[in-house]
Design a protein. Structure first.
Length: 274
C-alpha cells in the first residue's frame, strides 16, 4: 500500500519548521500543494468546484481535493498545505497526518510579531501597535485567522464541503474536535516543540526511514526562553486583563480544545515512556 505524509500547515503553528524537515528528508518527493504552488489539473479543479467556483490561495481544500492531489502526484511522499481541512481522505493510501496546535492567544501574539517583523522579547512590544493590531483583526468577527482557528480546522466532519463546520453548534464542534484528537496517533504542541519532534520521529521513522527530525524552529518571532505560563502572564501585562478576557471569549472553543489537547498529548507521552 502506498503511504504518504500530509502536513496540515496551520498558520503560526511552527509549520515552516515542519516543512523544512520534510523537504530536507525527502527532497523532490516533498511538495507544497497550496493553490499558488501546484498545477491545478482538471480533476483537482472539479473537486474544488463541488463547493466553490472561485479558487484562490485562501480557498479551503476538502478531503476530495486532497485525494485528487495525491492521485496526480503519485511520485511524492510528503505533502504540505495551509489550505487543507479535515477530515482525512478515505482512499487507498495510508495517510500519516501531521499538524501542530498552539495556545490561541500566544498564537495571536506570534502573528503580530511576524506580520510586523518584530523580533525580540515580549517586553519590547509597542503596546499601542499591538492594541491596534487586535482591534483590526477583530473588527469583523469570524474573518481573521485568530478566531477559534483550531476549532474550524479540526471540527469539520463534512467530507465534501470544508466550510460546513460553520453550520454546527459550538457543542458539536467541540465534540468533533475532541473525538478527532483522541483518535490521532500524533499531533504536536508548539509550546512543547522538542517533545513533539521526538514523538513525530517515533510516529514516522518505521515507515519513512529517511525522515530526519531536526529542531530548525524557523520563522521564530519569540525567543523560546519562557514557559507558556510565563508568556501568558507577560501577555496579560501588555494587553491588560480586559483585552485578555475579550480574546479568551472570542477563542473560547480554541481555549477548551487546547486544554484538552494538552491532556491527550501528555497522556500519550506517558504511555510511550512506560
Amino acid at each position: 500500500m502506498r503511504k504518504a505524509i500530509v502536513h496540515y500547515h496551520f498558520y503560526k503553528n511552527a509549520g515552516t519548521s515542519i516543512d523544512r524537515i520534510l523537504q530536507d528528508s525527502f527532497g523532490e518527493k516533498w511538495i507544497s500543494c497550496d493553490v499558488k504552488d501546484i498545477k491545478l489539473t482538471d480533476d483537482i479543479i472539479e473537486k474544488f468546484h463541488i463547493y466553490n467556483k472561485n479558487i484562490n490561495q485562501n480557498t479551503r481544500m476538502s478531503p476530495k481535493v486532497l485525494e485528487a492531489i495525491l492521485e496526480h502526484y503519485k511520485d511524492k511522499i510528503a505533502f504540505s498545505a495551509h489550505q487543507l481541512i479535515f477530515p482525512l481522505p478515505k482512499c487507498e493510501i495510508k495517510i500519516y497526518p501531521i499538524f501542530f496546535l498552539r495556545h490561541p492567544i500566544d498564537r495571536l501574539i506570534s502573528g503580530f510579531l511576524f506580520e510586523t517583523q518584530h523580533n525580540g522579547e515580549l517586553s519590547t512590544i509597542d503596546k499601542n501597535k499591538l492594541q491596534n493590531y487586535i482591534s483590526s483583526k477583530y473588527s469583523s468577527p469570524g474573518t481573521n485567522p485568530f478566531d477559534n482557528f483550531h476549532a474550524l480546522r479540526l471540527g469539520n466532519a463534512d467530507y465534501f464541503v470544508p466550510g460546513a463546520v460553520s453550520t454546527l453548534t459550538p457543542e458539536q464542534i467541540i465534540l468533533n474536535c475532541k473525538t478527532f484528537l483522541s483518535e490521532m496517533s500524533f499531533f504536536g504542541i508548539v509550546e512543547y516543540f522538542d517533545e513533539s519532534l521526538k514523538r513525530m520521529s517515533n510516529y514516522l521513522l518505521q515507515d519513512f526511514p529517511s525522515i530526519r527530525i531536526k529542531n530548525y524552529w524557523l520563522n521564530k518571532s519569540q525567543r523560546n526562553t519562557l514557559s507558556i505560563e510565563e508568556k501568558i502572564s507577560r501577555i496579560k501585562e501588555i494587553i491588560g486583563e480586559d483585552t485578555y478576557r475579550f480574546l479568551a471569549e472570542c477563542n473560547s472553543l480554541d481555549m477548551e480544545i487546547y486544554e484538552f489537547a494538552l491532556d491527550v498529548f501528555f497522556k500519550k507521552v506517558d504511555l510511550e515512556r512506560a
